[in-house]
Design a protein around this ligand. Sequence first.
Ligand code: BG6
Length: 301
Amino acid sequence: MPVDETETQVILTHPSDPNTKVTILKYGATVISWLNKGEEKLWVSEGAFLDGSKPVRGGIPLVFPVFGKQKSEAHPTFKLPQHGFARNSTWEFLGQTTANPPTVEFGLGPEQVSPDLLKLWGDGSYDFTLILTIKLEEDKLTTLIDIENRGSKEFEFNWLFHTYYRIPDITDTLVNNLVDQSCFDQLLAEEYTEKSPVISFHEEFDRIYQKVPLDKTFQIIEFGKVLFNLHRINLNDTVVWNPWIKKSEATADFFPKNGYLNMLCVEPGNVSSFVKLGAGEKWQGGQELSLGGEIKVQTNI
Ligand code: BG6
C-alpha cells in the first residue's frame, strides 16, 4: 500500500523502494520523517511532543498566518501565538490524489482550528481554506500550500515551511547562493547584505534572507558533497536558523542538548511582508527538497 492511514498519522511509501517513505502527523500536518533508502533526512528532537499537546520540535512544521510574534498592536495577527495556529491544529486528511508518485492532501479551515486560537486572529471571523499537498518521489520531497480566502473581507498572512534538515555535523556544513542578498539578522536586529559566498556556522544563527530571486537554489553542502537542494515556488524569503548551545539548552523540548550539531533549519516562506488575499482570491507556495547532485554556484549576474 503506498499510503497508510492511522488515527494520528499518514505514511507514504514509494512504490519502487519500501525504505523510501514520508510520515505526516495529522496534528499540524507536520512531516515528521522523510526516509530515503532507509536514511532519515529530517531532524526531529528526541524531546518533541507527538501527542498534539505542543507543536513538533522538528520535521516540517507549518507557519501560518504569522511568522514569529507580531510586534504591531494594530495588526490582526498581534494576539496570535508565535508562528500562528497551523502547526498546532489537527488537519483533515483529504486522501491520496496520485498513486505514483504517492501524493496526498491535508486541509485546514476555521472548523479545524480551536475557537480559542481562531478568535485571536482579527475578530475571529476570517474564512479560509488551506490545502497542503505532499508528494514523495524517489530522491525528492515536495510540499505545496494552496490558500483561499473564502470570506468577504481581505486578510493578510505570512507562510513558512519550517524545515529541520538532519545533517552529519553543523560545523562542517555550508549553504550557498545567498551572497549579495538582503538579510535581516534577528539576533542583531539589523538589516545588511550577505557578503559570504557560502554560509558557515560557528554560533547561534537566525537570519531572514529577503526577496531572494526564485531561480536561486540553495544547497546544503558538506565536504564538497551536496546533501540537499532547496527549490522554492513563489516563496521569496528564506529563514536560516540554528539555535546553537545556549538556545538549545533553554528550549525544553530540544533534545539531546547537543542536537543542534545535527540540524539546520532552512525555511522558505513569505515573512518579510504579509501576503494580502482579497475575498475569493487564491495563492500558492511550495518547496521542493531534492538530494545530491553537483554544486551549482549562482551569482547575481
Ligand atoms: C525560526 C525563527 O524560524 O524559528 C527563530 O527564526 C525561532 O527566531 C525558531 O527561535 C523556533 O521557533 P519556535 O517557536 O518553534 O521555538
